[in-house]
Design a protein around this ligand. Structure first.
Ligand code: GAR
Length: 199
């Protein structure tokens, strides 16, 4: 049995897709960490009976991020995840935090990286009239959307497609792809969280 923790900030549709794909097991979602008090993902966690913890932070200073990340580390130490999945977690994690979970934090980004790193990737690729768009699942490193790529899936833009229609197709693709990658990683890392208190 592999254990997954999810970090999310917003709607949580990927979180829900992951939880549903992992049910009934053998892998388990041990908890959701969220940084936004009003995020819909918190309601989804409740409805899905997944433990959740809210760690709000303004992130405007290194100090505030350090304090929040320390709290997150303590929570994760209790949950002992094998893999940590960022699912719309709109924060940049510090090198110290990422270094503590080497090759165990993954992220999904709605572009064919290295194109369109950062915010509003779908809108920017749409407005640039890219013929091919897509999604990337990657390990998290010290940069923004720069870590080693695990999997990419592309979509061809359709003639006359609106931004909303494209967003819907991109999210559907995310909901199919991310759980698959996570299941595979959980299978590989099964039991690595150990019993020694290391996360
Ligand atoms: C997803 O499209 C995800 O790829 C994106 O945020 C959305 C979250 O949706 N993540 C990023 O842009 C990260 N740079 P959700 O809250 O419904 O899962």
């Amino acid at each position: 049995m592999g254990k997954l923790a999810v970090l999310a900030s917003g709607s949580g549709s990927n979180f829900q897709a992951i939880c549903e794909a992992l049910t009934p097991g053998p892998h388990v979602v041990v908890g959701l960490l969220c940084d936004q008090p009003d995020a819909q993902v918190l309601n989804r966690a409740k409805a899905l009976n997944v433990p959740s913890a809210l760690v709000p932070y303004d992130g405007s200073t290194d100090r505030s991020r350090q304090v929040a990340e320390r709290r997150m580390e303590l929570i994760l130490r209790k949950w002992r995840p094998d893999i940590i999945a960022l699912a719309g977690f709109m924060r940049v994690l510090s090198p110290a935090f990422v270094g503590g979970f080497s090759r165990r934090i993954v992220n999904i980004h709605p572009s064919l990286l290295p194109n369109y790193r950062g915010l509003n990737a779908i809108r920017r690729s749409y407005e640039a009239n890219e013929a091919m768009v897509g999604i990337t699942v990657h390990f998290v490193d010290h940069g923004v959307d720069t870590g080693e790529i695990i999997r990419q899936e592309a979509l061809a833009r359709r003639e006359g497609e609106t931004l909303t229609e494209l967003e819907t197709r991109m999210h559907e693709l995310e909901h199919r792809t991310y759980p698959e990658v996570i299941q595979s990683l959980l299978g590989e890392s099964d039991g690595q969280s150990g019993e020694d208190g290391a996360v």
